[in-house]
Design a protein around this ligand. Structure first.
Ligand code: ATP
Length: 584
């Protein structure tokens, strides 16, 4: 497939403002792409080269990428910087510069998708001393063979700034459209493999039947099962027909650990390979997990060296560094609390009930000071749940997660559902809990904030429609550094028009790519005539908004935009508030 053909689709995708049209264009692209390279087409369209768990990142710095453009176009640094500040997008800069010298370029052979992909692969893999020069040289060569329009998209891919607004869920919809069958089949395969390229390739080669044959596999991360939330023990038990396994909700980092003999791999909540940050966990798993092959889940919590008590999760930040990890291991020790098992010595346990999985987990984990099973009891009364809750909070946990023990309490990969219900400390009927919302637009500030983005338009995620629906404008809680940082960040992410996956009536000064998730707290959820989240769910013609929203200071970069608080959760919060008011 010629890269030019792919770029034509990118241009069409970029131009559309309608979600459905976007899926149609993508479906057309996927049915045209040869099976041999469809995985590459999918990764590139998402601005990636591999699934996240492979852990190879492309992210070439914009400055470096533009250096390659300068080499090819002969433009000076000043001209490049001027164009960049005018357009805010390295891709457009590359296109304009190459266009102006186009007549002088000799006609070269046309680039294929494979050509571009393999060059990008080489760029991503170059490492060690001299890597920067190698990357620039490969990129220059690639750009010199590209047309200006192709160069625009190449630059966007290498700098990690694809602006098509296509996400995993959009690709799944398009796959179902292109290859037939229910979308759920594709979603399940994706949830079990975390590899959307592989799902696409299987669909193209074997049809939907092949996609339906996906199974969990050690070494390949499974997308996490997630919890819903409620604000009292009574509501939780009502939802679970009077019975549930109430566990401590530890506040640390979720890990999915894959053990194959002595080889241990650790994946984050977003399926990134984080094994290198936790060499101590690798050893603990080798010593304390009695299985040759297993996939397990735990919450990893920082602990005090001396007392062994749990510390706030922020301490884990020290593990995120690249160098001197051994020192961080000594200074910031952790404890593991295992809460689930998905696979054991040849047996897929995701289809087993919660209690069966728990039994297996208890057999496999050989506890010690630092490796534990999550604490929990089978709760059959409000009293039981409240007791565990009080204990958990006293021990330094966030609250409890109550898990269904019903016959269909299987492990639901990639799903947030009522099988697991969290009940956190500080949940009251007023909105004391935080929400995680996606920035979709920004407004310029006034006075001291002139020239900066003083207010952000934020949105909840609607998984049913795969769109982001606005909830509020947030302008408080920003420190000076935040304003600087956000201005820089959103200048880069700004778009010429609304992203098709954003549902908004409100018009911000600039639209931005829906990528950044912020933690927000507010006073209460209210009916809103302007916001689109929960529109018509509570009252005809009204959506829901958040009153007095404030940024807590935390960017949830551990969450993808699709992991943000959902519209349903906001509706649920509103309903709970009403109940509280009625009760008073
Ligand atoms: P939050 O923002 O509340 O941390 P989240 O959106 O990251 O939530 P949720 O599905 O709401 O994820 O809550 C489940 C998370 O709680 C898990 O991802 C896991 O990290 C953590 N957790 C702590 N203790 C447990 C436990 N015993 N069982 C399951 N998950 C647990």
């Amino acid at each position: 497939m010629l890269f030019r053909e792919l770029v034509d689709y990118y241009e069409r995708l970029e131009a559309t403002t309608k979600r459905l049209e976007m899926t149609d264009i993508l479906a057309e692209l996927l049915s045209k792409a040869p099976a041999k390279i469809i995985d590459k087409v999918v990764y590139m369209t998402l601005g990636e080269l591999y699934p996240a768990y492979v852990g190879v990142e492309l992210g070439v710095a914009e400055k470096l990428a533009l250096k390659a453009v300068r080499q090819v176009s002969g433009a000076g640094e000043k001209a490049v910087n001027e164009l960049l500040s005018r357009h805010g997008d390295a891709g457009t800069v590359a296109m304009l510069l190459l266009r102006s010298k186009e007549q002088t370029t000799l006609f070269a052979e046309e680039l294929t998708v494979e050509d571009v992909y393999s060059s990008l692969e080489k760029i991503a893999k170059a490492s060690g001393p001299g890597a920067v020069e190698v990357k620039t040289a490969i990129l220059s060569r690639l750009i010199s063979q590209a047309t200006p329009l192709e160069a625009k998209h190449i630059l966007r891919i290498v700098t990690g700034a694809m602006r098509l607004g296509v996400a995993d869920m959009t690709v799944l919809d398009a796959l179902a459209k292109a290859f037939g069958g229910e979308r759920d089949v594709y979603e399940r395969a994706y949830n079990l493999s975390s590899d959307i390229g592989l799902v696409a390739k299987t669909a193209a080669e074997e049809g939907v039947e092949g996609v339906a044959r996906f199974r969990v596999k050690v070494g390949i991360p499974v997308r996490c099962m997630l919890a819903e939330r409620l604000s009292s023990a009574r509501e939780i038990l009502e939802k679970m027909d009077g019975k549930g396994f109430a566990e401590y909700k530890y506040d640390g980092e979720r890990m999915q650990i894959h053990k194959a003999g002595e080889k241990v791999s650790i994946f984050s909540r977003r399926q990134e390979n984080i094994t290198h940050q936790y060499p101590d966990v690798v050893i603990m798993v080798r010593q304390r997990v009695k299985a040759s092959e297993a996939i397990l889940e735990c919450e990893t919590v920082p602990i005090d060296q001396e007392t062994g008590e749990m510390l706030p999760f922020q301490e884990l930040m020290h593990r995120k560094r690249k160098k001197e990890i051994q020192k961080a291991v000594e200074d910031y020790p952790v404890a593991l609390y295992f809460f689930d098992i998905l696979y054991l010595d040849g047996e897929d346990l995701t289809t087993k009930t919660f209690l069966e999985r728990r039994k297996r987990l208890e057999q496999v984990i050989n506890e010690d000071e630092r490796v534990k099973l999550s604490r929990g009891v089978l709760a059959v009364s409000i009293d039981d749940v409240e007791r565990v809750f009080a204990e958990a909070v006293e021990a330094g946990c966030e609250g409890v997660i109550v898990k269904s023990v019903s016959d269909d309490s299987v492990y639901r990969a990639g799903a947030r559902g009522w099988q697991w219900i969290k009940f956190k400390r500080d949940y009251r009927s007023e909105m004391i809990d935080t929400v995680d919302l996606v920035v979709v637009g920004a407004f310029y500030g006034k006075g001291r904030r002139k020239g900066k983005f003083g207010t952000l338009l934020v949105a909840a995620y609607n998984p049913g429609k795969d769109v982001f629906q606005t909830v509020c404008k947030v302008g408080t809680g920003f420190k000076d550094e935040d304003l600087e940082r956000f201005t820089e960040m959103f200048e880069r992410l700004k778009l010429p028009h609304k992203n098709p996956r954003v549902d908004s009536v409100m018009q911000p000064d600039v639209w931005v790519q829906p990528l950044v998730v912020l933690e927000i707290i507010g006073a209460e959820v209210t009916l809103s005539p302007v916001h689109t989240c929960g529109r018509d769910a509570v009252k005809e013609g009204y959506g829901l908004g958040i009153r007095f929203p404030r940024y807590t200071g935390r960017i949830r970069d551990d969450k993808k935009p699709e992991d943000a608080t959902t519209d349903e959760e906001i509706v649920e919060m509103y309903r709970r508030q009403l109940k509280k008011i009625e009760a008073e």
